[in-house]
Design a protein around this ligand. Structure first.
Ligand code: F6P
Length: 342
């Protein structure tokens, strides 16, 4: 078989582990692999290269993706879908493995409905917001990076008796904030799923300071919003998929907290640091397992499916289930995190 593979959307650690596993398993079974450059853009522009044992060697520990990525949506480009179809015909691919998050896999699902049936999905994103899988790879690396940053902020916050607001990624789901906040011992975690009540937050911080803890670590997810209507967020810039570019809530929150409590408050926006660098062992293994399973699905012609981590097993689920709705935070987990607030 001739199998195409692409990585789309925001990069994340573990993508190369998936690519390596796909190529190793396919080549071991005498199949051919073509790497499509820069996500769906590569099929529009006709950019691809053959992948073999030699050009995937030494990539397991490397962050990012050797194939490059983009947020290009063929459905939003003139003749985009036509060009994708042309490239697929020209390449004579028997199957395509799309590695991506909600957007990339959303396109895969649409293409299947539009007649390009032989597609299999692999879930990636640091946000962990894809349904039908317990975890996406990239998330574990991101929360480990954030946890280390929170640890570092703790020591300086304590020395200076300051409040530290830490803004983390995660889009409209509070997974990174909650899990990294729990691991880092945050004193408050603010997530998109629960609008922020600024007065309540400040009262809790004051109470904590009154009992002698003269510093606080507040983790806020980039997608969090305020309950109070008068607290307007940043102006809306959009990416190629039409999603609002998030970021900036940390600064607004820090200013409000300082004004209301009178405590010195600083903000750290972790940004793309959370997506860079080497994957953790967990993400390397999860990416490897996903890649191997994706090849199984292709060889067994189980198209329209996505590999998934359910419990500790790698299974396959309908791609449709993964893109149907966003996986927001598990409230039971958030309630556990709340025990440590204040
Ligand atoms: O989806 C992954 C993610 O890192 C989000 O957490 C964040 O909102 C977004 O991508 C940032 O996108 P970009 O890299 O395009 O700035």
């Amino acid at each position: 078989m001739k199998i195409g593979v692409l990585t789309g959307g925001g990069d994340c650690p573990g993508l190369n582990a998936v690519i390596r596993a796909i190529v190793r398993k396919s080549v071991n079974k005498n199949h051919q692999v073509v790497g499509i450059k820069n996500g769906w853009k590569g099929l529009i522009d006709g950019e691809y290269e053959e992948l073999n044992i030699n050009n995937i060697t030494g990539i397991l520990h490397r962050g990012g993706t050797i194939l490059g990525t983009s947020r290009t949506n063929p459905y939003k480009k003139e003749k985009g879908v036509e060009k994708v179809k042309e490239s697929l015909n020209k390449l004579k691919l028997d199957a395509l493995i799309a590695i991506g998050g909600e957007d990339t896999l959303g396109v895969a699902y649409k293409l299947i409905k539009d007649g390009i049936k032989n597609i299999v999905g692999v879930p990636k994103t640091i946000d962990n917001d894809l349904s039908a899988t317990d975890y996406t790879f990239g998330f574990d690396t991101a929360i480990n990076i954030v946890t280390e940053c929170i640890d570092r902020l703790h020591t300086t916050a304590e020395s200076h008796h300051r409040i530290m607001v830490v803004e983390v990624m995660g889009r409209h789901a509070g997974w990174i904030a909650t899990e990294a906040g729990m691991a880092g011992g945050a004193d408050m975690i603010l997530i998109p799923e629960i609008p922020i009540d600024i007065k309540e937050i400040c009262a809790a911080i004051k109470k904590r300071h009154e009992r002698g803890r003269t510093f606080s670590i507040i983790v806020v997810a980039e997608g969090a919003t305020f309950k109070q209507d008068d607290m307007v967020l940043q102006e809306e810039k959009k990416d190629e998929f039409g999603h609002v570019r998030l970021g900036g809530i940390g600064q607004i929150l820090a200013e409000k907290i300082e004004k209301i409590t009178g405590y010195e408050t600083r903000v750290t926006v972790l940004g793309h640091i959370q997506r860079g660098g080497s994957p953790t062992a967990f993400d390397r293994i999860l990416g490897t397992r996903f890649g191997l399973k994706a090849v199984d699905l292709v060889l067994n012609k189980k198209f329209g499916r996505m590999v998934s981590l359910t419990g500790n097993k790698i299974i396959d689920v309908p791609l449709e289930d993964a893109v149907a709705k966003l996986k927001t935070i598990d409230m039971e987990l958030y309630e556990m995190a709340k025990e440590f607030f204040g």
